[in-house]
Write a new protein. Structure first.
Length: 242
């Protein structure tokens, strides 16, 4: 239940970093679909220290779509912790459902209705990506899945997928358990949720088109380094042993 009549049913968390080429089209397309499908929502865009013209574009969009679009700007801390900040805001406001999407155009609003219709059947619904970004990315995802299963005993099909719908009350304890210095926080969240027997997991097939602009938060050439950091953080944080 919501905390007050003014509390929306859905908070959409959209982290943004150097996406001046894509963010206007992405926001416009999502606002249209959310308006038609949900009606009662807030789109929270979090500018994670962009160094291009992203901030100015977001300010203009937030003014245009107020009050259903909000802008929060912060120093750069990375994609994962930016998402966590949005999740915690949703919990603080007692908003029932949380959707996380990215701002690069790869999280298509065309699939959202398929997520929303399942919101009462599952506590967390992940996008199941049909990848178009090459063999190396597919291989990286498979290596991540296998490694997480061996290290944490949690079988996460696509632990870092940037398209997930969560029920706040069910996922709150896992969200709050993510350490504030954990880099790939969405991976940690996927592992924590998979380890909770009561959590109902769902999947919706999604396309994964090419980016509209900007750069990926974890370029492929940094995958090995990020993977080592991830596994070290999983061990030291105690998440692997939970």
């Amino acid at each position: 239940m919501t905390d007050s009549p003014d509390t929306p049913r859905l908070l959409v968390v959209m982290p943004v970093f150097n996406e001046q080429a894509s963010v206007e089209e992405v926001v416009r397309s999502w606002m249209a679909v959310l308006d038609e499908t949900v009606g009662d929502f807030t789109l929270l865009t979090i500018n994670d220290g962009s160094t291009d013209g992203t901030e100015a574009k977001l300010q203009d969009l937030a003014a245009r779509f107020a009050p259903r679009m909000e802008l929060l700007s912060r120093p750069n801390r990375g994609h994962g912790q930016t998402c966590v900040q949005g999740y915690l805001i949703a919990l603080e406001r007692k908003i029932p459902h949380i959707l996380q999407i990215d701002s690069d155009g790869q999280s298509s609003p065309d699939h959202f209705a398929d997520f929303w219709v399942l919101r009462d059947r599952f506590d967390v619904i992940y996008g199941k990506r049909s990848r178009r970004d090459g063999f190396r990315r597919v291989l990286a995802s498979q290596i991540l899945r296998t490694s997480l299963k061996l290290l944490t005993r949690a079988d996460c099909v696509d632990a870092n997928v940037p398209y997930r719908l969560m029920t706040g009350s069910s996922c709150a304890s896992a969200i709050r358990a993510i350490p504030p210095d954990f880099d790939l926080a969405n991976v940690a969240l996927s592992v924590l949720l998979r380890k909770m027997p009561a959590i109902r997991h769902g999947q919706v097939p999604i396309g994964f088109p090419p980016r509209l602009g900007g750069e990926p938060s974890v370029p492929f050439f940094k995958f090995a380094t990020k993977a080592r950091e991830l596994f070290q953080q999983l061990r030291t944080s105690g998440i692997a042993a939970k």
